[in-house]
Design a protein around this ligand. Structure first.
Ligand SMILES: *[C@@H]1O[C@H](CO)[C@@H](O)[C@H](O)[C@H]1NC(C)=O
Ligand SMILES: *[C@@H]1O[C@H](CO)[C@@H](O)[C@H](O)[C@H]1NC(C)=O
Ligand SMILES: *[C@@H]1O[C@H](CO)[C@@H](O)[C@H](O)[C@H]1NC(C)=O
Ligand SMILES: *[C@@H]1O[C@H](CO)[C@@H](O)[C@H](O)[C@H]1NC(C)=O
Ligand SMILES: *[C@@H]1O[C@H](CO)[C@@H](O)[C@H](O)[C@H]1NC(C)=O
Ligand SMILES: *[C@@H]1O[C@H](CO)[C@@H](O)[C@H](O)[C@H]1NC(C)=O
Length: 358
């Protein structure tokens, strides 16, 4: 991940802590060997006890439809990575939801809708974190803490590949808290391909340095907001943003916000920050590769940050207002090679390659 993209997404990174690198969403109700052997993930909607809420007209169980477009030239394999033609390695039947219904069992509303039948329009506003009142800001931090301490009722993570699960006959899944679920999803979408033995393929990423960057992350953050809304019952919750334009340093890196520096160790957070007690997950990519295993959500130590101590030759400063204006002036969403070398691509420039660097 490029340093400048890391800056552009800094607030997200600070929040999700251990970002290293497909929404690997595994509903708890679909993690049994029966589901995996039948390749069906159509859980009951608890409102009426029918798969996909079919009896209430929410949706129905259907064969998935896959694109038959070939993979890009960057990935010269087929049938070696569980994320190819997602989610077909695990499931070939899932819930197809009608109207404003959404989710693995059609139990959720589409973004922007609410109410018992998902018919009420919801207009939510994302606010500048510095415009939140102190109680609003503290509520936000309390929500994050709650998410970090609450096991996801709906999702589990796989701790092995489909092959390691003997093609589904011996499931390997475990619980994860709601916050770490999103850290894990971000890891899973961008991890390397395990090729067996000690071989890995690193030139792969389903969420970065390609056209999918913006839609993937938009869905990711919307799902995260929705999980926090459901967890807290605060239907109006939105993730605040950090406007880093022209900032000379990380001005949210204080104990009131995302955590100040520990006076005894610049890499650690100040003991006065609520985040100083947090543990990261999914940070040891080389270790997972050498073991040919997946991140299993085990705590791997405290948050390490040291804001400002990055490679200044690569990223001299936070983006300026002029950098943002330049990016917004680009008319083409994507261009040329559609990767990290794409020139005058809005997506690539937003990701931090290559123009924001000069
Ligand atoms: C889905 O997978 C099951 C189990 O492998 C298989 O029997 C079925 O034919 C598949 N369905 C489709 C539409 O591919
Ligand atoms: C909301 O959270 C509850 C637990 O508080 C859980 O049982 C339910 O499945 C969640 N619903 C959705 C739609 O995410
Ligand atoms: C929701 O839809 C159900 C089934 O169509 C209906 O019986 C119920 O009255 C609706 N509830 C509301 C609040 O509109
Ligand atoms: C899993 O499926 C693959 C491909 O169909 C097959 O080559 C392999 O032998 C299977 N492994 C097990 C443990 O069933
Ligand atoms: C969410 O916002 C709407 C519109 O301002 C308001 O009517 C509603 O009461 C709010 N809900 C909660 C749970 O605060
Ligand atoms: C982008 O522009 C540079 C400089 O003109 C050029 O060297 C490079 O080949 C271009 N990249 C692509 C993918 O076209």
């Amino acid at each position: 991940m490029s340093t400048s993209r890391r800056m552009l997404l800094a607030v997200i990174h600070l929040l999700l802590c251990s970002f290293q690198t497909s929404t690997g969403h595994f509903p708890r109700d679909c993690a049994s060997s029966k589901n995996l052997m039948e390749k069906e993930c159509c859980p009951l909607w608890r409102g009426d006890g029918s798969p996909c809420g079919r009896l209430s007209g929410r949706g129905f169980c259907q064969d998935i439809v896959l694109s038959n477009a070939p993979p890009g030239p960057q990935f010269p394999f087929t049938g070696v990575d569980d994320r190819e033609s997602w989610p077909s390695v695990f499931y070939n039947r899932t819930c197809q939801c009608f109207g404003n219904f959404m989710g693995f069992n059609c139990g959720n509303c589409k973004f922007g809708f609410g109410g018992p039948n998902c018919t009420e329009r919801r207009l939510l506003v994302r606010r500048n974190i510095f415009d939140l009142s102190v109680p609003e800001k503290d509520k936000f931090l309390a929500y994050l803490t709650l998410a970090k301490h609450t096991t996801s009722p709906d999702y589990v993570i796989p701790t092995g590949t489909y092959g390691q699960m003997n093609n589904g006959s011996t499931p390997m899944f475990r619980d994860i808290n709601i916050y770490d679920l999103f850290v894990w999803m971000h890891y899973y979408v961008s991890r390397d391909t395990l090729l067996g033995g000690s071989e890995v393929w690193k030139d792969i990423d389903f969420a970065h340095e390609a056209p999918g960057f913006l839609p993937w992350h938009r869905l990711f953050l919307l799902l995260w907001e929705q999980e926090i809304q459901n967890l807290t019952g605060d239907e109006n919750f939105t993730i605040p943003y950090w406007d880093w334009r022209d900032a000379e340093s990380c001005d949210i890196c204080t104990d009131e916000y995302m955590g100040g520096r520990n006076p005894a160790n610049p890499n650690l957070l100040s003991p006065a920050s609520i985040f100083s007690s947090w543990q990261i997950i999914c940070s040891r990519l080389e270790e997972y590769n050498s073991l040919q295993t997946l991140c299993d959500g085990t705590p791997e130590g405290p948050l390490l940050r040291n804001p400002g101590n990055h490679d200044k030759a690569r990223t001299p400063r936070l983006p300026s207002s002029a950098d943002v204006e330049f990016c917004l002036s680009l008319n083409e969403y994507e261009s040329g090679s559609m990767d990290k070398s794409a020139n005058f691509s809005f997506r690539n420039t937003l990701e931090g390659n290559p123009f924001l660097q000069f």
